[in-house]
Design a binder for this molecule. Structure first.
Ligand SMILES: C[S@@+](CC[C@H](N)C(=O)[O-])C[C@H]1O[C@@H](n2cnc3c(N)ncnc32)[C@H](O)[C@@H]1O
Length: 302
């Protein structure tokens, strides 16, 4: 990576000029949403909010902070996602720590939660005894497990991932949001750790890796070069993981237990078929995201 030019050399003495310089560098690098990225990175190094930034735009920026800002701008221009540079991403109104060990939570994954909570309906708010048991498979940052724990205060949650590093991040996010006492973190392949036990679940959710191996090279540079491959690629065809997950979920869900998964682009028919041929499922439904794309599949254990 080339060393960023010094703030003095670029003539950026105040906050406003630093922001303009950051935007110009990202624009030249053809960075998506360059204006927003330049602003978010400046907020990060200054440790302030937007109101402060714009009411102090003529304040002098000390050279060390300016240098730090230009270093982040250079990393963003080279393709690192803004969220890995700031170490955070919002999901379901909560701030999550993210590191390159985890997928950056996407807004469309919030539909998994909406559908799951909707399907649970009154089951989620009653005082069930024993408590509802919920599994989040491939928890990554823990965004789904933590948001579920916050929305289902009486549920016991099990969050699995095949990546020990991801589980560490998820655990820190559970601590940050005060729900670590109700989430069990397990390093296992999908739900394998439960198959030999007598464990059962009322709800199983997952946003599994679903990119086809052949499509991985056509992903945006930010995703392809920086997000964990383990979180992205779901086998040669992209849908293999759904079949294994559906079989495990069928073995572990109680009768009328709920299964909710996120779908990749163009996968809804294929995944729906995977469930239909298995005959363990009823009430299979696909929900579109805000762009109208089939995004979430939900089903009930027959
Ligand atoms: C698409 S990411 C989803 C992360 C998070 N749930 C979210 O929605 O942002 C998929 C996650 O599944 C994990 N994973 C991949 N293969 C797995 C497997 N066979 N068993 C368990 N977890 C797996 C990855 O490490 C990654 O954290």
């Amino acid at each position: 990576m080339t060393k960023p030019a010094s703030p003095e050399a670029t003539g950026m003495g105040d906050i406003r000029s630093a922001l303009k310089e950051g935007m110009a560098r990202l624009r030249r690098a053809r960075t998506p949403s360059h204006t927003l990225a330049a602003e978010v990175l400046l907020l990060e190094v200054l440790g302030c909010d937007r109101t402060w930034l714009y009411t102090h735009s003529q304040d002098r920026l000390d050279p060390a902070t300016a240098q730090k800002y230009l270093a982040l701008i250079a990393r963003r221009a080279a393709g690192e996602p803004t969220q890995y540079l700031t170490g955070k991403q919002e999901f379901w109104g909560l701030e999550f720590e993210v590191t390159p060990a985890v997928l950056i939570p996407r807004p469309e994954t919030e539909h998994v939660l909406e559908v799951a909570l909707d399907r649970l309906g009154s089951r989620g708010s009653q005082t069930p005894s024993p408590p509802l048991r919920v599994a989040d498979v491939g928890t990554g940052s823990g965004c789904l497990a933590v948001a579920l724990a916050r929305n289902l205060p009486l549920a016991e949650i099990f969050a699995t991932d095949i990546s020990a590093q991801a589980l560490e991040v998820a655990r820190r996010n559970a601590v940050r949001h005060g729900v670590v006492g109700r989430i069990h973190f397990l390093e296992t392949n999908l739900l394998e750790a439960f198959l030999d036990s007598r464990a059962t679940f009322d709800l199983i959710v997952s946003n599994p890796p679903y990119i086809a191996g052949s499509e991985a090279s056509s992903l945006e540079r930010e995703v392809r070069e920086h997000e964990p491959e383990l979180a992205l690629v779901g086998g040669a065809g992209g849908t293999e993981i759904y079949a294994r997950l559906a079989d495990q979920a069928a073995a572990l869900l109680v009768r009328r237990g709920i299964f909710v998964v996120e779908l990749g682009y163009g996968q809804s028919d294929q995944v729906q078929k995977i469930l239909e041929v298995r005959r363990h499922w009823t009430n299979i439904q696909i929900t579109p995201d805000l762009a109208g794309m089939p995004r979430v599949l939900a089903a009930e254990r027959a």
